[in-house]
Design a protein around this ligand. Structure first.
Ligand code: BTN
Length: 317
């Protein structure tokens, strides 16, 4: 861990100002080195305050820069390394470029704002700057192409678990991959893949979470809510990010076991048991949402028997 990360981690952990001397001793460096590290962090807009005789402290939500994020993550592989953009078109586009040029499994792309954030079915993903999580993670698991949806399931479950651990909220998963609370959308996931018949080469799992601000939506497709709206307090983006990556890492390390994923997913489903219509590019299938299989396909009981649906938008049946 470099010195800026060490200094930041110490400041994040402290509930009082920390003197330059204490920071220097903890890191085994000189006070001048600490002072230079603080200057570098401030250049990245970390809101570090200082007062002679008292020391340094953090005065607010730090941005999601690579140093700040690396200092906070406790994962082994996911989020190592981090690429941060104050603004970019889409973190999925950046991550796909990186993946295509050999970026490592676990590489994380983060942005504080996107100019053309993308959702499923070519929709836009809107998010006010600096308030939410906009991320894409590159994964290279040993999976058959047809099983890639397990990654989306793992991400949805990991995010729901992270929210459960950090707040007293219990988000539900709307098939295929949206997180909802009180019938309002909290998060969406867009997974994009590349591979050959032999299997997956890489996957980019893009996740947008309304943490501290819900976007103004132009279409009336759904209602959006943020964690801050629902808890009545600001939520620490970095803590949520770390928990999410930890839970996702556990499932990826375990080999994305389909039945375990399915159980976690079903326990939080808002789709199963409802009569729904799945619309997929002009084709509608209506039936009772009965189950999902280990690869995440929705099993509908229709008038013509059981139908396995792999993509589309769920609405009332
Ligand atoms: C959906 O609900 O349709 C999926 C939304 C996914 C949005 C995230 S935000 C970060 C990443 N970059 C993008 O352009 N899209 C995903």
């Amino acid at each position: 861990m470099d010195l800026t990360a060490k200094v930041l981690r110490a400041l994040l952990a402290a509930d009082r100002p920390v003197s330059g001397q204490e920071l220097a001793e903890a890191a085994g460096v000189s006070r001048t080195a600490v002072w230079k590290a603080v200057a570098r962090l401030r250049k990245e807009n970390a809101p570090i305050a200082a007062e002679k005789g008292r020391g340094y402290w953090l005065e607010g939500d730090p941005p999601l820069t690579a140093d700040l994020v690396s200092a906070r993550l406790t994962t082994q592989r996911l989020g190592r390394p981090v690429h941060y953009f104050e603004q970019t078109d889409s973190t999925n586009l950046r991550a796909k470029e990186l993946a295509a040029t050999g970026a490592a499994d676990g590489t994380l792309v983060l942005a504080d704002s996107q100019t053309s954030g993308r959702g499923r079915l070519d929709r836009a993903w809107a998010s006010p700057p600096g308030a939410n999580l906009l991320l894409s993670i590159i994964l290279r698991p040993n999976l058959a192409l047809g099983s890639f949806f397990r990654l989306t399931m793992a991400a949805a479950v990991a995010l729901a678990r992270a929210v459960e651990e950090l707040t007293d909220l219990a988000p539900l998963i709307k098939w295929p991959n949206d997180l909802y609370l009180d019938e309002a959308k909290l998060a969406g996931i867009l997974t994009e893949i590349s591979g050959q018949a032999e299997g997956l080469d890489w996957a980019v799992v893009g996740v947008g979470v309304n943490v501290n601000a819900a976007p103004e939506l132009k279409t009336g497709d759904y209602r959006a809510a943020s964690l801050a709206d629902l808890t009545g307090r600001r939520v620490d983006r970095l803590e949520l990010l770390n928990l999410f990556l930890l839970r996702l890492e556990e499932m990826v390390e375990a080999g994305l076991p389909p039945q375990e994923l399915r159980q976690h997913w079903l326990a939080r489903s808002m789709t199963i048991g409802r009569r729904v219509t799945v619309a997929d590019r002009g084709r509608n299938v209506t039936g009772l949402a009965q189950d999902i299989d280990g690869d995440g396909a929705l099993i509908l009981e229709t008038d013509d028997g059981l139908v396995r649906v792999v993509s589309g938008d769920v609405g009332p049946g």
